[in-house]
Write a protein that binds this ligand. Structure first.
Ligand code: DC
Length: 231
């Protein structure tokens, strides 16, 4: 581990719906680390853009919005994380289908990415964090102690995301979720800035046929291989 940090940095990347946030929360709780949901930060900026009527294609409009934003991840450990945007708790609102359908467009822009990447690096510099997203092991923190790339089949990802949205009370068809995930996969992996890639030295974990607990156990096994038991 880097001696300048006070604790480990673990990154978890992968496509939409692979179960990254469930895994990241599970690891954070068990290892006593802070969970940093980088996607939630892109969602917060997207929510702000929708509310302020800023065109998701306008990089300069979004850059000004970023400069005037204050994003905070509250709740220091495990799964009690709240996302605070300009002093307001937007934890629920950023999960709406409206935000989901615009977030890939917003996160394509270099200026949005460099603003959020800098914030994420600052948060992680203290150590004792699990960073989760699409580029945390490749761009945000390539020197992380443990890098995990979580994958699952397209069908499994659609099914899980659909169940998750139904449980949250959204009336949405599986077909719509499939279209949204296919579109986000396409944008995330073909964008010019920080496309979704397997980070160098990452451990690839396929959760298609694994339950939540099994996925967490495999990831813990990887972490324990690299880091001392007492974090
Ligand atoms: O993980 P999520 O679905 O909440 O992420 C929302 C979007 O944010 C996702 O479609 C792509 C983008 N994102 C990104 O570009 N880079 C990250 N590190 C995290 C998310």
């Amino acid at each position: 581990m880097d001696k300048r940090r006070r604790g480990p940095v673990i990154t978890i990347d992968g496509p939409a719906g692979a179960g990254k946030s469930t895994l990241a929360k599970g690891l954070a709780v068990r290892l006593g680390l802070k969970y940093i949901d980088t996607g939630a930060m892109y969602r917060a900026i997207t929510l702000k853009a929708i509310k302020a009527n800023v065109d998701p294609e306008s990089e300069s409009g979004l850059a000004s919005l970023c400069q005037a934003s204050y994003i905070k991840i509250a709740g220091s450990k495990g799964n009690e994380t709240r996302i605070i945007l300009d002093g307001e708790d937007v934890t629920q609102e950023i999960r709406s289908p409206a935000v989901s359908s615009f977030v890939s467009q917003v996160s394509r822009h270099q200026k949005v990415r460099s603003y959020l990447t800098r914030l994420q690096r600052e948060m992680a510099d203290a150590g004792k964090v699990v960073l989760e997203g699409r580029d945390t092991g490749t761009c945000v923190y390539p020197e992380a102690d443990v890098k995990i790339y979580l994958v699952a089949s397209f069908d499994a990802r659609v099914r899980r995301r659909h169940l998750e949205l139904l449980a949250k009370g959204y009336d949405i068809k599986e077909e719509e979720v499939a279209q949204d995930i296919a579109r986000r996969d396409r944008i995330d992996s073909t964008r010019e800035v920080s496309p979704l890639l397997v980070p160098d030295g990452a451990f690839i974990l396929d959760s298609t046929n694994l339950g939540i607990e099994e996925t967490i156990q495999r990831a813990l096994w990887v972490v324990r291989e690299v880091l001392p038991v007492d974090l």
